[in-house]
Design a protein around this ligand. Structure first.
Ligand code: SF4
Length: 334
């Protein structure tokens, strides 16, 4: 998979797999996934719970060792062994914002201590410099200086997630894995946090991998979106193109579930209800893993694994029948 734009890639994920081995079982949580993220852009990674998106983000950050494949970060392969110095530099440059702001902040530490922890590891600051940096970070995420001496339990969910963001920013990263950063928050707060992340990205030239099960929220922040199903990437496309015309039947089903603001369109919106549950990652279906729920499954879908192919410039899909389905949709539209 190649980036055909002018922008240089900060991250290239090549055939990345992460398997978890039990005594008699193998869970292919991430199975031969490839994508790239140009510097300063956001890739949204979506899919139902358990599809491997969080494992993918954590494997990229070396929180889990990769089973196979490569993660090329800023031109260097970070999948293999790294010296302590290289690893420290990578951990400084590539950060994570966790899903649950309730459990990811140490309840015994003040907010200033939580935000300042990374500063101690990566910078040789005086206490005055550290204090100023923490104050600046709190302001950047919309919190006043008074929050510095409070504890996490005194904060609302949205305020705690702002602290989580300040903690990630404290080491001046280039890349952040935003791992479901809004799913534990009230709907009214979710848009505020997404808008904050967009503002910070512009101000600090950040690159994001934004993981979410909510395709509608991912749309607002993502330049491109990747859709995962049972450990595999099934579609990858620029955000507007995917919303205008999804190519994979699974993406089509996910998009059909999103309500629109137009009451007339809502009356006619046809929601595609997929049959059954997501199969177990321990025993996925042969061929196309989506075939047991796909309304268009044919014989070839059971026999052969569909590869992610470039359908149009910059658009990728893994489906044996995507051409036929696209032609059929075009005929219906005409
Ligand atoms: Fe459906 Fe077959 Fe395409 Fe899989 S390969 S999404 S089963 S049509």
């Amino acid at each position: 998979m190649q980036n055909k734009s002018e922008a240089t890639n900060l991250l290239e994920v090549k055939n990345l797999s992460k398997y978890f081995y039990g005594r008699r079982t193998v869970v292919k949580a991430v199975d031969d996934v490839s994508f790239y993220i140009p510097r300063g852009e956001t890739l949204g990674l979506v899919g139902e719970s358990g599809c491997g998106k969080t494992t993918c983000g954590r494997t990229i950050l070396k929180l889990y060792p990769a089973t196979s494949g490569q993660v090329i970060y800023d031109g260097k392969d970070v999948t293999g062994k790294m010296s302590r110095r290289e690893l420290k530099a990578f951990k400084k440059s590539a950060q994570i914002i966790f899903q649950d702001p309730y459990s990811s902040l140490d309840p015994r530490m003040t907010i200033a201590e939580i935000v300042g922890e990374g500063i101690d590891v990566h910078f040789d600051y005086s206490s005055r410099q550290k204090h100023d940096k923490v104050t600046e970070l709190l302001a950047a995420v919309g919190l006043t200086e008074e929050f510095a001496n409070r504890f996490a339990h005194e904060l609302s969910g949205g305020q705690r997630q702002r602290v989580g963001i300040a903690r990630a920013l404290a080491v001046d990263p280039d890349f952040i894995v935003c791992d479901e950063p809004i799913s534990a928050l009230d709907v009214s707060i979710q848009a505020q946090i997404v808008n904050l992340l967009i503002k910070l990205q512009k101000e600090r030239d950040l690159t994001y991998l934004f993981i979410s099960h909510d395709l509608s929220m991912v749309r607002h922040i993502s330049d491109r979106i990747g859709v995962m199903y049972l450990g595999s990437l099934v579609e990858l496309a620029p955000s507007p193109a995917m919303f205008a015309r999804p190519l994979h039947p699974y993406t089509t089903a996910l998009l059909s579930a999103i309500p629109t603001a137009d009451p007339e369109h809502e009356k006619t919106r046809e929601r595609i209800k997929l049959p059954g549950e997501v199969p177990s990652a321990m025993n996925p279906p042969s061929g196309c893993k989506f075939r047991t729920r796909c309304p268009y499954a044919a014989d070839i879908c059971a026999a052969k694994v569909p590869v992610l192919e470039e359908a149009e410039t910059g658009r990728y899909v893994a489906c044996h029948l995507w051409r036929e389905l696209a032609e059929r949709d075009a005929e219906v539209a005409n």
